[in-house]
Design a protein around this ligand. Structure first.
Ligand SMILES: [Zn+2]
Length: 87
C-alpha cells in the first residue's frame, strides 16, 4: 500500500474509491491514475455518474472496491490494520 497517489493529470490526491474506479475502467495494467474529474473526461462521464458506478460495483462485491490502495487523509492510525482480509 502506498502513502499517497496523485492524479496523473492534475496531481490531486486520490482516494481508494478513485483508484479502484481507474482499475475497473482502465484496466489493471494501467499505471497512471486519475481523479474523478479527469477520469470523467476520459470516459465521457460526469463525476456523479462515476460515484454511482463506484457504489454499484462496491455493493455488488467487486473486490477492487474493498481494497485499500493508499492511506486516506486522517487514516494513518489504521495503516497497520490494513492487511489483506482475503476478500
Ligand atoms: Zn485530476
Amino acid at each position: 500500500m502506498m502513502k499517497r497517489l496523485g492524479c496523473a493529470a492534475c496531481g490531486r490526491t486520490l482516494y481508494n474509491t478513485e483508484i479502484a474506479l481507474n482499475l475497473k475502467l482502465r484496466g489493471k495494467a494501467s499505471s497512471r491514475f486519475f481523479c474523478l474529474t479527469d477520469l470523467g473526461e476520459q470516459t465521457d462521464s460526469t463525476e456523479e455518474e462515476l460515484q454511482e458506478m463506484a457504489s454499484f460495483f462496491r455493493e455488488n462485491g467487486c473486490a477492487l472496491f474493498s481494497q485499500e490502495y493508499v492511506v486516506e487523509r486522517g487514516d494513518e492510525q489504521r495503516e497497520h490494520l490494513a492487511v489483506d482480509k482475503g476478500t
